[in-house]
Design a protein around this ligand. Structure first.
Ligand SMILES: [Zn+2]
Length: 304
């Protein structure tokens, strides 16, 4: 099951709520339904739970009973009975005989509870949301531009800031910011889906931070081994040229330890001395060893 379907299944488990909210939710469903006219109402969905919920709402709000038919993978709720259509249209404040204008009647969604129920109806009908493993994205498709803008302004009133884009045959209201998506899903009753998205985001951030830290440590290690490799190369060249005697006695232990432990960091190397010496102390000794080695190597180079 896709994340969208899971989210919608969760929404279908939400209580139907107060009468005002039931009306608002079915209003959202109908405005975005496949067919919504004074001749026919047709609600099409692939989600059986949503077909059942829509049928319950039609019954509770308008007293209209309709049985879902199965057409391929889809459930279809179809109303053509004139009495039923008249009941629905007049309850929603439409003039039964004329064509429907696809406008959002703000009176129906005046309360925040109703606005949320209305958006739930719309999302169930034509929304989708990307799973937590994908880039954050939630969208609601609609073929009526005016309606789209009105729904958008309703969302803005609720503090959600969607964007609008036009596709070839439809308009899309969409959200890409995780916080906005969480907010919308929580409001309309899918708090579990919202939580799943939020947790995935936190986990991803954490993983990125760890990666960044690991990369940083790796680069420090590279620097250590780089320096060590340069030191060892110089020492070995100098040893072949002049032997251990070129180094004063107090530096010979350092020379031995460095060559024997190429991967050791400065701190690790300092701890190997008996008794251990300080890091700056070791650093100073290594610098002197490098000076002596390089001087010898340069001189040898001049002579040849
Ligand atoms: Zn309400």
């Amino acid at each position: 099951m896709s994340f969208s379907s899971k989210t919608k299944t969760e929404l279908c488990r939400a209580p139907l709520g107060r009468a005002c909210c039931q009306l608002a939710e079915i209003y959202g469903v109908l405005l975005y339904a496949a067919v919504f006219s004074h001749r026919e109402i047709r609600i099409t969905t692939e989600l059986p739970a949503f077909a059942r919920r829509a049928a319950r709402l039609l019954d509770k709000v308008f007293g209209v009973q309709v049985k879902a038919e199965t057409v391929g993978r889809r459930r279809v709720l179809r109303i053509t009975d004139e009495k039923a259509l008249r009941m629905i249209m007049t309850s929603l404040g439409y003039d039964f005989k004329s064509h429907i204008t696809y406008h959002l009647n703000r009176n129906m969604v005046e309360n925040d509870c109703c606005a949320a129920a209305f958006l739930r109806g719309i999302f169930l009908m034509s929304g989708s949301v990307a799973g937590p493993d994908k880039k954050s994205h939630l969208e609601i498709k609609c073929s009526h531009q005016t309606l789209c803008r009105e729904v958008m302004s309703l969302m803005l009133d609720l503090g959600i800031q969607p964007k609008l884009t036009a596709r070839r045959t439809a308009y899309l209201i969409y959200l890409k910011d995780t916080a906005g998506i969480e907010d919308l899903l929580t409001r309309i009753g899918a708090s579990r889906a919202a939580m799943t998205i939020m947790e995935a985001k936190i986990e991803k951030n954490l993983r990125n931070n760890i990666n960044r830290q690991v990369n940083c440590e790796t680069s420090n290690l590279m620097k250590t081994t780089d320096a060590s490799a340069r030191q060892i190369a110089a020492i070995e060249r100098a040893l072949t040229l002049g032997g251990i005697e070129i180094y004063p006695e107090n530096l010979r232990e350092t020379v031995d330890l460095r060559v024997a432990n190429p991967a050791a960091s400065l701190a690790e190397l300092a701890a190997m001395f008996d008794p251990p010496i300080s890091k700056p102390g070791l650093s100073h000794r290594l610098r002197r060893i490098m000076q002596i080695s390089e001087t010898l190597i340069e001189r040898a180079g001049e002579e040849t």
